[in-house]
Structure formats: C-alpha cells, structure tokens
Design a protein around this ligand. Sequence first.
Ligand code: SAM
Length: 237
Amino acid sequence: MKLTNRLQAIAELIDKDVVVGDIGSDHGYLMAYLIEKNIIKKGIASDINEGPVRNCEETVKSHGFTDQIDVRLGGGLLPYKKNEIHTAVIAGMGGQLIRDIILESKVAKTVDTFILQPMTGQDVLRRWLVENNYNIIKEVIANEQDRYYEILVVKHGKQDKTMSDWMIDIDMDDDLIYEIGFKMMMSDDYKGFIDKKIKKYEVIKSNIEKHSKVSDKLDQVKHNLDKLYEVKKCIQI
Ligand SMILES: C[S@@+](CC[C@H](N)C(=O)[O-])C[C@H]1O[C@@H](n2cnc3c(N)ncnc32)[C@H](O)[C@@H]1O
C-alpha cells in the first residue's frame, strides 16, 4: 500500500508497537498501512460520519485486518476509553476543531502522544497547546504539489520553548513563531514552506502599499518578512 506524502510523513512519526487511534480516519488508509508494515500492534479508527466509517470498514476487510483494526462511529475521542490508546492521530481537520477535540475529552489526558496535522488555524492550535500544558516536541512539513502540510508531535507537559537549533538566534514575535512553528525539522519541504510564507507576506505587503496607508499593519508585515528572510538564510547554511 502506498500512502500520499502527507500520510507517509504522519506514519513515520508513529512509534513502533503502540496502540494508535486515528480520529477522523475516513478511508482508513493510514491504519491499514501501519498494520501492513508491522509498525503498530493494534489500531482503532473512528469517524463522526457513517460514510467514512463504512469506507474504513471496507479497507480493513479487504486487507484482512479485522483482528488488528477496530472501526468505530463517533465524534472526537468519544469512541475511546481512557488508557486505550498510546498515540492519537488527528489529521486533515481544522486546527480549531483539533483543539476542541482535545480540550473536550477526558481520554486526552491518558493519551501519551498526539500526532496533529491541522489544515488551517495552525497558529491557533500551537498557541492553545503551549498555553494549556502541551509540549510540541517535533514538527515536520510534508509537501504535495503546491501544498505544505504541518505535522506536530505533541506530548503532555510544559512547552520546552527552545527553538530548533538552527533558528535559535532569531528573535521572533510569538505570533510569527506560532505561525511557522518552533520545533521544525530541517528539510527541503521546510525550505519550500518558508519560501511560500515569504511569497504570502510579499503579496500582503504590496497590497497594503498599493491600497492603504495603514502603517501599523505595514510595519508588522515588513517585520515578519525580515524575520522570514533571516529564517531562510539560516536554512541555506
Ligand atoms: C479530510 S478527512 C481526513 C481523513 C484522514 N484523517 C486524513 O488525514 O487523510 C476528515 C475526516 O474527519 C471526519 N471528522 C470531521 N469532524 C470529526 C470529528 N469531530 N470527530 C471525528 N471525525 C471527524 C470527517 O468525517 C472526515 O472523514
């Protein structure tokens, strides 16, 4: 079974021999891959919608994995018992929804490791994690065509605020740190991610310069751009 780059990057972050819950599993490809490659001993896939649950059951049956993968219907971490899973994967959803799934659940307290892949609101999710006694220990970027997906490995405990070694001397505002992450693994995909952020801020800068005279906003955008160019310089070394 071949996964997309995004799901492959998630699979590579999962420890061997753990019990994994895949919240919002949809098709269930990640679980099937983890069992097929003998990476985990048991998986529980769950989804809030019946269609995805049926698709997942089909994937599990067609691969002959019904003994190793349970498929459950339900929202967030509701279909799980306390201490039932070591690792929770919550991928392909908005950052705010991922935050709500974690904060509304008592089961979350008994999960050892979270692998989170927010599609939007990455900054909101990072800030909430840091402010709520979660520790982002590692972040990676996965690239598919023009999209750069941010994947966070998170444990319980106070955030270790030290940035990745290669960006330690850059003095960034919290807002920018929460936007680009601070435990990022260096990779070509990360370089592409930073280039894309620079392009985004260059467009915002030129739009403000063309259409408005709001200098506070322009100053902030220019400041962020300076910092992103500093990050880019660090990456190239
Ligand atoms: C875009 S798919 C992502 C599927 C897979 N996790 C991935 O990353 O490829 C999002 C899935 O999450 C499910 N979903 C949305 N909200 C959910 C919630 N609160 N709890 C569980 N599943 C949810 C949807 O039904 C859908 O199947």
